[in-house]
Design a protein around this ligand. Structure first.
Ligand code: GTP
Ligand code: MG
Length: 588
């Protein structure tokens, strides 16, 4: 970790430092003020109740008597007022900091690479954004405040005790080191438990998230009882760890409680002796007795504080990991702006690629050129690397060797954001947002008019079915597009890719789920788009590849065939066989 947890927290409270420091001083003040009541009581007793001149004082100094009582009432009100303001201040600072960190983390997550998303599970990320962040907020609002309160109360009381009678004060303090020793032992024991607890929570959240979003598969396989059981196990595991963590304190609590309870006994024994020997006055004894809780309670509270501190420790480590995570694929310092539209020339030069988390290379020495406006079709059996190949173009991943050029410039030299904006990508797994169809199509270009949205829907042969829906383009599609057929989703995803008017259009098996008739309409539409673009189309059907300017056939990450429909048929290789298989003739 680059910086310590508390320093990190402090840096994130920027803009609220002054108010936080004032709040801390407020907490000190109202705790110090706690001792004013016993202080005044002590004087009341000594002057008016049990002192040598009590009766005389009561007769002659009535004003002082009432003054002192009024002061007690006034101070109580004043204290309440400060406590109120202080609570507000702590809450305000903690909420503002939480808001800031959460936004920052969300921003971080959004900017991550594909690799990040395959490393972190959604449930874990959600835990960081919710439960973990709440533990961080709790640190600002409660833990720090409790530490300050306990310290202020206990130390001001001890100072007061020392001023009254240092010997008796020392006797009371004798147990303090023992309590601290117990707290240190407790901390060492409970810290790993909090880390474990945090992991279990992430597992629980992941299980819930995956099962709920995968509900259709669960139902299809009638696996509800299994999933319920799986969740139950995670839940039980979490509850068990939670219980163990909470009960840890119980092993230490009796010792701390006994030691804290010894204080009044010491006071009774030693203080009683001192009283008999006139070392202290009755008022002083009352002050000791009335304030003993102010030393004992903070000591009792230490366990609680330590527990919360460890929770913060475990949670903040997770939050900070995300906070300081950086995408690996970043803009070069001298990255160039894309001014105007790209021409759309794509060139692969000896590109090889493998995923970092596996040793098996996926693409080998891929070289091809797509000239502006051309259509390149990519074909090949499942798992041969087609999706991996096209994912290199928007820099979702970096090639391990070779280079990719767009308009004769290495894509690493462009600003990543601008490069991606020039590319319209319809991914193989269609993901639609729970939004209107209109909103989904205009996702990459929010300023699009409904007229334009319809235009792109027409290009992708989606206008017909959308118009027939009860609410047309305002129909809300469910999470991930629930409520639409596979082919309908693909067409909306195609319209979304077209709506950014990209210089490069990449379609990953985008018409695989639509019927041949509709596919044909889409192809015709794609040929007369009102903007120029180079098209890279992954397809299995001959109907999609037939008219391409060039067809690339991939096998195990190698380009084994490249050429036009006719050339490849004439070659009599893989493509020829596919044509034979699909048409039952020589492909004409
Ligand atoms: P289809 O879409 O089924 O036609 O296959 P494809 O040609 O698009 O294959 P793709 O490029 O998705 O995968 C090529 C190879 O890379 C396969 O062997 C996959 O197992 C592997 N692969 C794909 N994605 C990942 C990934 O995120 N991590 C790792 N380690 N391997 C991957
Ligand atoms: Mg694929």
């Amino acid at each position: 970790m680059k910086t310590s947890k508390m320093k990190w927290l402090w840096e994130n409270m920027k803009g609220y430092h002054v108010i936080y420091i004032i709040a801390i001083f407020g907490a000190i003040l109202y705790n110090v003020l706690q001792i004013t009541i016993p202080y005044v009581t002590q004087h009341l007793i000594d002057l008016f109740l049990s002192g040598k001149h009590a009766a005389e004082n009561l007769a002659t100094r009535r004003d002082l008597f009432f003054g002192l009582i009024l002061a007690m009432v006034g101070l109580t009100f004043f204290r309440t007022f400060i406590v109120y303001l202080d609570c507000m201040a702590f809450e305000k600072v903690s909420q503002a900091t939480l808001y800031k960190i959460r936004n920052y983390l969300y921003d971080k997550i959004q900017r991550q690479d594909m690799k990040f998303y395959s490393t972190y599970r959604t449930g874990d990320l959600m835990t960081r954004l919710t439960g973990d962040l709440d533990a961080v907020r709790h640190m600002i609002a409660w833990v720090v405040r409790s530490v300050v309160e306990s310290l202020a109360l206990a130390s001001s009381t001890m100072i007061y005790f020392f001023f009254m009678n240092w010997k008796l004060a020392l006797c009371m303090l004798i147990i303090a080191p023992l309590i601290f020793l117990i707290i240190v032992l407790f901390k060492n024991n409970v810290a790993p438990k909090h880390r474990l607890l945090r992991e279990k929570l992430a597992v629980l959240n992941t299980a819930a998230q995956e099962n709920i979003s995968g509900n259709r598969v669960v139902k299809a396989f009638a696996r509800e009882p299994y999933e319920i059981e799986k969740f139950n196990t995670c839940n039980k595991d979490y509850a068990q760890t939670n219980k163990e963590t909470a009960l840890t304190w119980l092993n230490y609590f009796p010792f701390v409680e006994t030691l804290a309870n010894l204080m009044p006994v010491v006071l009774l024994a030693v203080g009683g002796l001192f009283l008999i020997h006139d070392e202290i006055s009755m008022g002083q004894y009352a002050a000791f007795s009335g304030l003993i809780w102010a030393v004992a309670n903070p000591m009792r509270n230490l366990g609680n504080i330590m527990n919360e501190f460890q929770r913060f420790n475990a949670a903040s480590a997770k939050v900070m990991e995300l906070y300081y995570s950086e995408p690996e694929i970043v803009d070069a310092p001298d990255a160039i702006e894309i001014t105007g539209r790209l021409q759309g020339k794509i060139e692969f030069r000896n590109v090889s690629f493998g995923y970092e988390d596996s040793d098996i290379p996926v693409l080998h020495n891929i070289s091809f050129t797509a000239n502006p406006g051309e259509t390149i079709a990519i074909m090949g059996e499942t798992g041969c690397g087609k999706t991996s190949l096209i994912h290199l173009i928007p820099r979702f991943y970096e090639p391990t060797e070779g280079e990719i050029l767009i308009d004769d410039v290495d894509i690493r030299k462009y600003k990543k954001h601008e490069l991606r904006k020039s590319i319209g990508l319809a991914t193989q797994d269609v993901l639609l947002y729970s939004d209107t169809i209109d909103g989904n199509i205009a996702y990459g270009n929010a300023s699009l008019s409904l007229e334009d949205v319809r235009k792109y829907a027409k290009y992708s042969a989606a206008d017909d079915f959308i118009s027939k829906m009860p609410e047309g383009y305002d129909t809300i599609v469910g999470e991930r597009g629930v409520g639409l057929s596979g082919g309908q989703k693909q067409r909306i995803s195609l319209a979304r890719a077209l709506a950014v008017k990209p210089s490069i259009l990449i379609l990953d098996d985008t018409t695989s789920a639509v019927d041949l008739e509709t596919e044909k309409i889409i192809q015709n539409e794609l040929n007369c788009l009102d903007f120029a673009c180079t098209k890279l189309i992954i397809a299995q059907r001959i109907s999609s590849t037939r008219n391409a300017d060039k067809i690339l056939v991939l096998q195990d990450g190698h380009i084994i065939e490249a050429g036009t429909h006719e050339e490849l048929i004439a070659r009599g290789g893989y493509y020829h066989d596919v044509v034979m298989l699909q048409t039952g003739e020589e492909g004409h």
